[in-house]
Ligand binder design. Structure first.
Ligand SMILES: [Mg+2]
Length: 440
């Protein structure tokens, strides 16, 4: 039975429409443990419209199966009060059932449905709630702890090209970051050149290299080359995406102890991570072995990592990410943020969350510099000294550019991609290449 307080509470705006728009955005040929980024990355933009015509938006990684599951949940969501997020979560959870960590998949990105769907609905509802009460989303998460949120330079080994259709976006006259963004980077010198151009353009003060592409010594050489080029005051991280064996991780992890801020997912699974963690002094971070609340008890028992890289798309939204922050605080874990190719709606949500976190000892990950498209009316976010200012406007503080959304949806229909598959893309460059969960 509802309590009297609940039954007499004023009802908030109710969800009247749910618009789900898959889009394809130009993405350069970035290499990673799972293969190669396709010429387009997929995102899905979700817009909720209330019965009093307030619009709220969100963005999640694009995947047709998740889009279909989201569309199928429409009847469960239409008519619900946007303030009743606990109720909405329960309704979705009882419909989809709890997902296990195994459903995440072996790839560096998460393939669970419920966390994506709840993230999409929750962020859009918070955007609406913010507009109703006239406060930015950060204030709905408990208020801002900082005005600017720092991000890290996210380096990739890559082939030449800027993404999109053959030759699209490549500019022989390009200079600075525009040139580096399309340049090949397949060795330590290429990585250092990429880092210099990216840090010069965006002012980043921490650097991460996506590893798991070449045999470990080459990637370790790249880290030492970065250390040589940027000095001891720029924190460095490398992420082999769990492709190393325990022996490899201990050997190369020890080698990099003097130069790393943290080592991200050197090995697969919590038990292996714990073994490496006991042998290497550098803190270990993860977005692969402890990726859901169900993973937390074993993480604590085993001691599998020092830092959890949250991602509101994968942890079920912004409020769930705040819950994760509390758990990390309780158990002495650091907290930072993981990213995938994304646009400004996701970045806005990441910035609101980053501003609300009690502690922010590490610059957050973002792929944003690698993207050139945008779907918000204000255009692309700017970085100052590597940081993004927290939007002050009510809600997320960004509005949908409907023409850009329509264009990028056309691009989605034309490109023919329905989910991310870096293995297929890599096979176009290296026939016979296959993903291996552990390679070195
Ligand atoms: Mg990672």
């Amino acid at each position: 039975m509802p309590s009297p307080a609940l039954s007499t509470a004023k009802a908030g705006p109710r969800i009247k429409e749910i618009h789900i728009t898959p889009i394809a955005i130009v993405d350069p040929p970035l290499l990673n443990a799972a293969g190669l980024h396709a010429p387009y990355a997929l995102r899905t933009v979700v817009e909720l419209v209330t019965d009093d015509n307030i619009s709220g938006i969100s963005e999640i990684p694009g995947n047709r199966a998740i889009d279909e599951a989201l569309a199928a949940s429409r009847p469960l969501l239409i008519g619900r009060d946007v303030f009743q997020l606990n109720d909405i979560r329960q309704v979705l959870e009882s419909n989809f059932g709890r997902e296990t960590a195994a459903e995440r998949g072996l790839t560096p990105w998460d393939q669970r449905k419920l966390v994506h769907i709840f993230s999409a609905i929750e962020v859009a509802c918070l955007d609406i709630i913010g507009k109703v009460v006239g406060r930015p989303v950060v204030d709905l998460l408990g208020g801002r702890m900082r005005d600017r949120v720092p991000f890290a330079a996210y380096l990739f080994y890559k082939y030449e090209g800027a993404g999109g259709e053959l030759g699209f976006g490549t500019d022989p006259e390009a200079a600075g970051w525009a040139a580096a963004r399309q340049a090949e980077a397949l060795d330590p010198a290429g990585i250092v050149a990429q880092a210099k151009a990216m840090c010069h353009e965006f002012g980043f003060q921490s650097i991460k290299l996506k590893g798991g592409v070449f045999e470990p010594q080459q990637e370790v050489d790249a880290m030492f080359a970065l250390y040589e080029a940027f000095g001891p005051d720029v924190p460095l991280r490398v992420d082999p995406n769990a492709l190393w064996t325990v022996e490899t991780a201990i050997r190369y992890g020890r080698m990099m102890e003097p130069i790393l801020e943290y080592l991200e997912d050197p090995v697969r699974g919590q038990a292996n991570m714990a073994e490496v963690r006991r042998a290497v002094k550098t803190p270990l971070a993860t977005n692969m072995c402890t990726t859901s609340f169900a993973d937390i008890p074993n993480s604590i028992v085993l001691g599998s990592e020092d830092i959890i890289l949250s991602d509101h798309h994968f942890w079920g939204g912004l409020r769930a990410s705040m819950t994760l922050a509390g758990i990390c605080e309780t158990f002495g874990r650091g907290l930072s943020m993981h990213s995938n190719s994304h646009l400004g709606i996701s970045l806005a949500a990441m910035v609101h969350l980053g501003a609300a976190l009690p502690q922010l000892p590490y610059a957050l990950d973002t792929h944003y510099p690698w993207q050139s498209d945008e779907i918000i009316t204000a255009g692309r976010f700017t970085f100052e000294d590597g940081a993004v200012a927290v939007p002050q406007e009510p809600g997320l503080g960004v509005e949908l550019d409907r023409q850009a959304l329509a264009n990028l949806h056309e691009c989605y229909l034309a490109c023919g991609l329905t989910k991310r598959d870096d293995e297929i893309e890599m096979q176009k460059k290296q026939p016979g290449w296959t993903f291996q969960a552990v390679r070195w």
